[in-house]
Write a protein that binds this ligand. Sequence first.
Ligand code: ADP
Ligand code: MG
Length: 484
Amino acid sequence: MAEKTDSASAAVTSEPKRSWGDEVEDETPEEPSASTTESELNVGGLAIDENKKFNKFLDEPEDSNIKAVTSGDTPYTSASTFEDLNLSPELLKGLYVDMKFQKPSKIQAISLPMILTPPYKNLIAQAHNGSGKTTCFVLGMLSRVDPKLQAPQALCICPTRELAIQNLEVLRKMGKHTGITSECAVPMDSTNYIPIAKRPPVTAQIVIGTPGTIKKWMSARKLGVSCVKILVFDEADHMLAEDGFKDDSLRIMKDIERSGAHCQVLLFSATFNETVKNFVTRVVKDYNQLFVKKEELSLESVKQYKVLCPDELAKVMVIKDRIFELGENVGQTIIFVRTRHSASTLHKSLAELGYEVTTIQGAQKQEDRDKIVKEFKDGLTQVLISTDLLARGFDQQQVNLVINYDLPVKHENRTEPDYEVYLHRIGRAGRFGRKGAVFNLLLGDMDKMLMEKIERHFGTQVAEVPSWNSNEDFKGALKAAGLL
Ligand code: ADP
Ligand code: MG
């Protein structure tokens, strides 16, 4: 996976100083990290055929409650099959043969007609984790590109290198028979480094990358945007958040606007908090909108648990004695930690106890990050420790267990949970309706308070595992989650 994208990419070695997703150390956060009448649409009428459940192993995310608000009077009909979308035969082949998809998920059924129907309105789309948002914008980009024009026509911006690479892989697989060209704009690993000035201009029709590199390519005039007609932000709430990539994202949007091309903007995420939503609805004009209430955002197929731990060693013991031992039969596991420091301490403790584990965090070299992700995706490693670098977007269907070694908290106020990050972390399990379990390891009153706030925010009850050192209790929890 890495070869494909790396050979096609070029940029400078160190992307955003504020690489999102993990903190350098405990004390210093690394990164401050329509006017038209809108009519409420009855999405019940857009519901796709519930009777055609195609995979009995999946508890499909179809019953997800997505509400649509459309602007103007363009009528949209939900697509119950991919054929309904008038996709090219080449794309249909990619979907059925290469992706092995059978029918659109709910967000695909609703959003794709909005994306593909003239006048190509902007779209702000919220849908659950693992519900198939990537396919919405990948099909959007692949369908709208003119294959005869060898120039960048679609841009997709993602918060991390890992997500840009993952999205590019989906695009290349889905678009395999279309002949459409693509390039990954992420920081280059040090061994292949070529300065941007020495590179030829980008001719690929679709460019997927991180904001720093995209901006750099644009200002070096190597990435022309005059033909760009579709601009996608994946994890859009983070891309437009003050403590995220707001400045870069706005700058890219403005530069494209200034180049005169009419460009459709698509914003996708599982979360849009009120602040971001208010901001987004001011900067994006004349948009259709799909959204989900926060109380309906948690995945029902992913069981959430809390485990009260008396001290830090108990947390390590839970991972060693329960997660490693029981998790083996369950699938792959991601352990989320808040800081890089915490990642390496935990890694060391487990390694000293003789357990094999890999760790990913933002301070590692690009090529090491790529290697660790590849090994995990290939199933060569079973347990991965990660900072919030992988909290968003990372898609690995075999991940059934997520451990919150630390609860996610806001950078500016550690007594306040980061609700969005929590939701994204737990959404790494239970992809596309699969079953999963999350264990939140709580230490002390502060953690209990944070957990309560999270429960209140999402209107969910997080069950307590009675004892941190009882094998039976953990087995019971995994059974109740449908994993054993
Ligand atoms: P999201 O971005 O909404 O969190 P993804 O786009 O990463 O979710 O999709 C989650 C998983 O579901 C991926 O592994 C993807 O291949 C799979 N998937 C998406 N759409 C379909 C579909 N129509 N049929 C079967 N699997 C799908
Ligand atoms: Mg996604």
